[in-house]
Design a protein around this ligand. Structure first.
Ligand code: THG
Length: 400
């Protein structure tokens, strides 16, 4: 079976698209109406590189929504249930966004570039439309647009060395989500300690898409000494680490409490924000579902294409949203389950690809960051893992 996704002009391409193709990409997904690379045909090597070395990948699909003007800060505060307290230029924050019903609609990183100039670096939903509508309805004096900005991720234990060689030792002092506006051989960029992995790393936000090839080549050259390789947002590592993938892990009516982001919701804020009344109600009722970690036996599973329905004693209790085989923990998944069945130690039955599994709910994260990828375990577990993944690579277009 060979199904192809069309590469036409309707879906936007990143400034790093040509270099990504040249580097041998074998899978894309569509994210924020853009092509986002998801694999280069050797998942085992990509995983190992992220854990033990340094990988670079195109995340231009984490598009920016820029908010400028006298009411920019007011609007930003109104958009998120998080209490931002003092906002400082250069200090990024993780800020969930909710709709008026309290459903979580995005989980961007907020970058304050100046007191009246912000970026929301967004996950996969149309935040530009949302923010423009809210701003207009509130009568705020702001300009909301999409700037020419494209993040490039550099992740893994050796990422800091690469980025320090590129920009200087000062990058070592950046705290998580903090950033600087600077340039690299005349290319305007923002450098942030950030990225969708728990292996440490940075993102370089390119501020002029015409320099995509040049920036890519500079990173490759600086990374050579550290054996840098190309990669993609890593599906296995993010499940191990419990990093949220909105749209994959949740349902359209999930709230932040349900997906583990309750700590970022401040119901005692004095000022109003979108969804406040609904979130107060939902917090009082308690979440109906919980996103939890699951471990299960059986031969190494391939990443799933659909959620896998889950039961307790024949009663449907939710679904295992994503599964993978972790070289460090075996078969794992994230499940969205009715609260009564989501406590640690609970057992669920679930079905996927015609097979029945029994899983146990365990603490998150499923794998603590820093857990070594034992050479011995690597040998034993990697071989079947790789075989399973390679099979997927062959059936890959169906994953799109
Ligand atoms: N890079 C950029 N923008 C992004 C993403 C990215 N925007 C959308 C999406 N990814 C946002 N999703 C996340 C989810 C979790 C984290 C980062 C981005 C994360 N969380 C830490 C954790 O959960 O432990 C820290 C949270 C905190 O300290 O508040 O890192 O990849 N540019």
């Amino acid at each position: 079976m060979s199904i192809e996704i069309t590469f036409g002009p309707r879906v936007r391409k990143s400034p790093f698209f040509d270099r990504t193709i040249a580097a041998g990409v074998s899978q894309f997904t569509i994210y924020n109406h853009m092509y986002l690379p998801t694999g280069f045909g050797d998942p085992a090597a990509e995983y190992q590189r992220l854990l033990q070395g340094v990988a670079m990948w195109d995340v231009a699909a984490e598009r920016q929504v820029e908010i400028c003007g006298p009411d920019a800060e007011r609007l930003v505060r109104y958009l998120t249930p998080r209490d931002l307290g003092q906002i400082s230029v250069g200090k990024g924050r993780y800020v969930p966004l909710c709709d008026h019903q309290g459903n979580i609609i995005n989980d961007p990183v907020l970058l304050p570039l100046a007191s009246d100039h912000f970026w929301l670096s967004i996950a996969d939903s149309d935040v530009l439309l949302w923010v423009r509508a809210i701003a207009a309805e509130r009568g705020y004096d702001v300009r909301v647009c999409e700037p020419d900005v494209s993040p490039l991720a550099i992740q893994g234990p050796r990422a800091e060395d690469v980025v320090a060689d590129l920009f200087g030792a000062w990058v070592r002092d950046l705290k998580y989500f903090w950033f600087e506006q600077t340039e690299l051989e005349g290319i305007p960029v923002v450098v942030a300690r950030s990225g969708w992995s728990k292996q440490g790393g940075f993102e370089i936000y390119l501020r002029d898409g015409s320099h995509g090839d040049a920036l890519w080549d500079l990173v490759v050259a600086a990374g050579e000494a550290y054996d840098i390789g190309v990669g993609a947002p890593n599906f296995i590592e993010r499940i191990e680490s419990g990093l949220l993938s909105l749209g994959s892990d949740n349902l359209p009516d999930s709230d932040p409490f349900e997906v583990g982001l309750g700590k970022l919701v401040s119901l005692d804020r004095e000022d109003d924000f979108v969804g406040k009344a609904a979130l107060i109600r939902r917090a009082a009722d308690g979440p109906q579902r919980q996103l939890v970690g699951v471990v299960f036996d059986g031969p190494p599973v391939k990443p799933n294409q659909h959620p896998w329905p889950a039961w307790v004693k024949g009663q449907m209790v939710g679904a295992v949203r994503v599964v993978c085989h972790s070289p460090r923990r075996g078969n794992i998944g994230l499940a969205l389950l009715a609260t009564g069945h989501a406590s640690i130690g609970s057992v669920i039955d679930f079905e996927g690809e015609g097979q029945i599994f029994k899983g146990e709910i365990v603490e998150m994260p499923l794998v603590r960051p820093g857990t070594p990828l034992g050479q011995d375990a690597g040998q034993r577990v990697m071989a079947p893992f790789m075989a399973a993944e390679m099979e997927i690579a062959e059936s890959l277009p169906t994953l799109l």
